[in-house]
Design a protein around this ligand. Structure first.
Ligand code: AMP
Ligand code: MG
Length: 411
């Protein structure tokens, strides 16, 4: 077991233990949103399937329109009316025009469309006062997608546009990486369910819900387990229950140095379990415990509500993203430099994640201030904050007006 390691090293150990993304499953099209697709999707036909009108207007032969001018308008009889979805099989010959709507297939003979607003129609003929270039306002067959082309490649994250594309090529179901199933367990003798009125010394369980919400936001499926009391046998049973059927187990509390912090002892005694590291050089979040139980990662998050959430952001979110098939470049929070609007104290020997409110002014300049009190129990700092201000260890602190690095919490 490693002890009191750097954030970077801790993350490498956690991510390094996961060889590959989870298996795939077929889901209906809309459920594929924000998931990673595991197949190359090939177009079954051209899109658009045929040349069609880009505008409501009139189709004609460009060459016929050449003599038309303001002073010498041309009259062209309208020989057909072509709405979208109703192909016309006739043929347009010299001097003729057809009334055609946006999306309607271009009939034989027509090689240009002029918009309705540019011509007059009188007694079944249009009055043309300008020439039209060949190809004008015609969308070509296959200009968006060609049959046989890979339209969405395996490994792509499915965006709303990709959902549209999958519909366009007729995919009611797609194969995507399975969502990680995450067991969420709060521990502590003082913790009561939020449905209860806390007695003396008790507090409501907020961590199970912030953890579960973070899991949902990171694309996982949380399962909230009952609160576990600080008794080794109860913790042992709960952990074993949680490990079976989960891709990841998250606990909160019980990983510090206290007399009732039993998680580490319990895991050490489990068969087929290994504690990989305990304690990370970060603030908040130092007591984090990372272990494998029957090959399932069990991450013991510290109990203080801010520590729980900040540790989740640094270690659990990247792991869930990797499980869900996201590429390396999308695992971590987005970083950006910002001007700090107040003095920040020196962080000591641990990387400090202060909670901040970052704002961009009209010129695009980003500045950040603290949310207020920074204790690891001040859940309000996470409620108000939209970023973490990272301060490297053993630095001197940051002066008001200097540049600091932030990590965005609004994804
Ligand atoms: P622990 O890490 O178990 O020593 O817990 C540290 C502190 O975090 C406790 O004193 C509680 O105030 C708080 N805490 C622990 N678990 C929870 C929870 N599930 N919900 C809210 N606060 C918690
Ligand atoms: Mg506790």
């Amino acid at each position: 077991m490693k002890k009191y390691i750097e954030v970077e090293q801790a993350r490498e150990l956690i991510l390094g233990d996961l060889d590959a993304a989870l298996s795939s499953e077929k889901v209906d099209l809309l459920s594929s949103l924000d998931r990673i697709i595991c197949e190359d999707v090939v177009a079954d036909r051209d899109l658009p399937p045929a040349n069609n009108s880009a505008m409501d207007g009139y189709g004609l032969r460009a060459i016929d329109s050449e003599p038309a001018t303001q002073n010498q308008p041309l009259q062209m009889p309208v020989v057909a009316d072509i709405p979208a979805g109703k192909p016309w099989t006739g043929q347009v010959v010299a001097g003729e025009a057809v009334r055609i709507m946006t999306g309607a297939p271009i009939p034989d003979g027509v090689d240009a469309v002029i918009r309705r607003e540019f011509v007059e129609e009188l007694d079944g003929a249009i009055i043309l006062k300008e020439s039209v270039r060949p190809g004008n306002d015609i969308r070509r067959a296959g200009e968006d997608i060609k049959v046989g082309e890979v339209v969405i490649a395996s490994g792509t994250r499915i965006t709303p546009a990709a959902v549209g594309m999958l519909a366009a090529v007729g995919m009611p179901y797609v194969s995507v990486v399975r969502r990680p199933r995450v067991a969420v367990l709060a521990t502590g003798d003082e913790i009561v369910d939020f449905s209860q009125v806390p007695g003396p010394g008790a507090i409501r369980n907020s961590n199970s819900f912030s953890m579960a919400a973070l899991v949902l936001q990171a694309g996982g499926i949380p399962q909230i387990f009952p609160i576990v009391r600080d008794q080794p046998e109860l913790i042992r049973q709960a952990l074993l229950d949680a490990v079976s059927g989960s891709d990841l187990v998250l606990t909160s509390g019980g990983v510090s140095m206290g007399d009732y912090d039993f998680i580490q002892d319990v895991i050490r005694e489990l068969p087929d379990a290994e504690i990989r590291f305990w304690q990370v050089k970060m603030k908040p979040g130092k007591p984090l415990l990372y272990s494998l139980v029957a090959s399932t990662p069990v991450i013991g998050l510290p109990g203080n509500p801010v520590s729980t959430m900040v540790s989740f952001e640094q270690f659990v979110r990247p792991l869930l993203k990797k499980m869900a098939g996201f590429p390396e470049s999308e695992l971590l929070l987005k970083k950006e430099p910002a001007i700090v609007l107040e003095n920040l104290p020196a962080p000591g020997d641990r990387l400090h994640y202060a909670r901040g409110v970052a704002e961009r002014d009209e010129k695009g300049q980003l500045s950040v201030r603290l949310t207020g009190a920074q204790g690891s129990g001040i859940l309000n700092s996470m409620v108000k904050g939209n970023c973490l201000i990272t301060q490297p260890p053993v630095s001197t602190g940051a002066k008001k007006g200097s540049i600091v690095e932030i990590e965005w919490l609004d994804y």
